[in-house]
Write a protein that binds this ligand. Structure first.
Ligand SMILES: NC(=O)c1ccc[n+]([C@@H]2O[C@H](COP(=O)([O-])OP(=O)(O)OC[C@H]3O[C@@H](n4cnc5c(N)ncnc54)[C@H](OP(=O)(O)O)[C@@H]3O)[C@@H](O)[C@H]2O)c1
Length: 381
């Protein structure tokens, strides 16, 4: 299989290439693409296994260069933080007869561009998977796992806690811009009491993630992958994704300023510099690092109130991004989940297999289904 990775020189792309290379054989060909030869060589040096790997220096704004490198590819993995180019890149990938997988943030720009190609993707029998990675990428898969292990699911809030170094100095300007767009459009909404609405700060949950993260207040963060869940499981009264990970100074001082700056195109360069600086100083932590994604879903099992709990965690933020991506790519490559059309990673993966693959790829995965305290005990696993 010929796999082209656009963005192989970046943090997510590099870790995806490292994990993916271990899964490939001497018959496969991995093409690492980016603008910076030094950063591409650094990714190449980390690859292990028999796969043939080559570097291709290119700028994705050069459509002819992308067309040339994508020709003959079976799969194109996109970790280039350019949602504005997704429509053009997606069309080139379609014309090459390849499948698509991306880890870009779940932005309206990206999703609209891919939905614009949806008809052609299906018509040509291609499989395009978007919102790959950790968030987006995992939260709705956890809810789907819980729904599969409860007779009826009523509440399913997914919580993400982080204590990370955001490596702000290493990020491309376009990655910082993507974050700014997300800050500017941030909508503090979740599915509560059977409806989607914006939550007041007094409603934001405080969650204990254990050491070294501790107890943190989490803010709601809408994700496309979560939207379909209440329709698919009408018994759900609560279902949201909530996240913490910066710091009070970042959340209450810098983020409001950045949200305003982000809306003024002329102030973009200043906003990019301030984002990088503030994330480095007020949102990044020294080791120990930790990233936790956890869900305690409430519902009914064996006729009694029960909880289905799942926790996915690790110490390396980019392993948490790459492992879900490679877990999904593993099942696309073996054909078990590959279907023509446009899919969100968290909605496409088979949850039990996905969690098993995440564990095999180095993440800590714990699951439990048990009656709630006070309910007559019938079964625990
Ligand atoms: N779903 C998730 O859980 C998750 C988690 C983390 C990140 N992400 C997303 O994944 C993407 C990558 O994140 P990251 O942290 O790896 O960012 P990063 O370290 O800044 O990497 C960005 C990559 O894009 C490349 N790039 C940017 N503009 C380019 C251009 N014009 N032509 C060619 N290559 C270009 C960079 O190449 P150069 O080396 O040439 O600059 C680099 O390889 C972002 O969209 C980010 O928002 C998602």
């Amino acid at each position: 299989m010929r796999i082209v990775v656009l963005g192989a020189s970046g943090n997510a792309g590099r870790q995806i290439c490292v994990l993916l290379a271990r899964e490939l054989s001497a018959d496969d060909h991995l093409v690492l693409c980016g603008r910076d030869p030094g950063r591409l060589a650094a990714t190449h040096a980390l690859l292990a296994g028999p796969v043939r790997a080559d570097e291709a220096v290119l700028d994705v704004t050069d459509a002819d260069a992308v067309r040339a490198v994508v020709a003959g590819a079976d799969l194109v993995v996109v970790t280039v933080s350019r949602p504005d180019l997704v429509g053009a890149l997606g069309r080139i990938v379609l014309e090459a007869g390849a499948d698509w997988f991306d880890t870009l943030l779940s932005s309206p720009t990206k999703l609209a561009a891919l939905r614009g190609l949806q008809g052609e993707i299906g018509h040509h029998g291609r499989c395009f998977v978007t919102d790959g990675g950790f968030h987006p990428g995992v939260p709705a898969a956890l809810v789907r796992w819980a729904a599969g292990h409860l007779e009826e699911i009523r509440e399913a809030d997914v919580m993400a806690g982080m204590r990370l170094d955001w490596l702000a100095d290493t990020l491309s300007d376009s990655t910082v811009e993507e974050m700014l767009d997300e800050f500017a459009d941030f909508d503090l909404a979740a599915w509560v009491d059977g409806e989607s609405r914006t939550l007041r700060w007094s409603e934001w949950p405080k969650v204990d993630f254990g050491p070294p993260i501790g107890a943190k207040t989490c803010v709601p963060m809408p994700l496309a992958e979560m939207e379909a869940l209440p329709r698919r499981h009408p018994s759900l009264r609560r279902c949201g994704f909530y996240i913490c990970g910066f710091s009070p100074v970042m959340d209450y001082v810098f983020l409001p300023v950045l949200m305003v700056l982000a809306k003024a195109p002329s102030l973009r360069p200043l906003a990019i510099r301030l984002t990088r600086w503030s994330m480095g100083r007020f949102a990044s932590y020294p080791p120990p690092h930790r990233l936790v994604l956890q869900l305690t879903a409430l519902g009914i099992e064996d006729g009694v109130p029960a909880a289905a709990t799942v926790r996915v965690s690790g110490d390396d933020g980019y392993l948490l991004t790459a492992a879900p991506a490679v877990a999904c790519l593993r099942r696309l490559r073996d054909g078990t989940i590959r279907r023509p059309g446009l899919h969100l990673q968290a909605q496409l993966v088979e949850p039990d297999v996905f969690l098993g693959d995440l564990a095999a790829l180095g993440l800590e995965v714990q699951t439990r289904v048990a009656p709630l305290a006070g309910a007559p005990e019938q079964r625990a696993s």
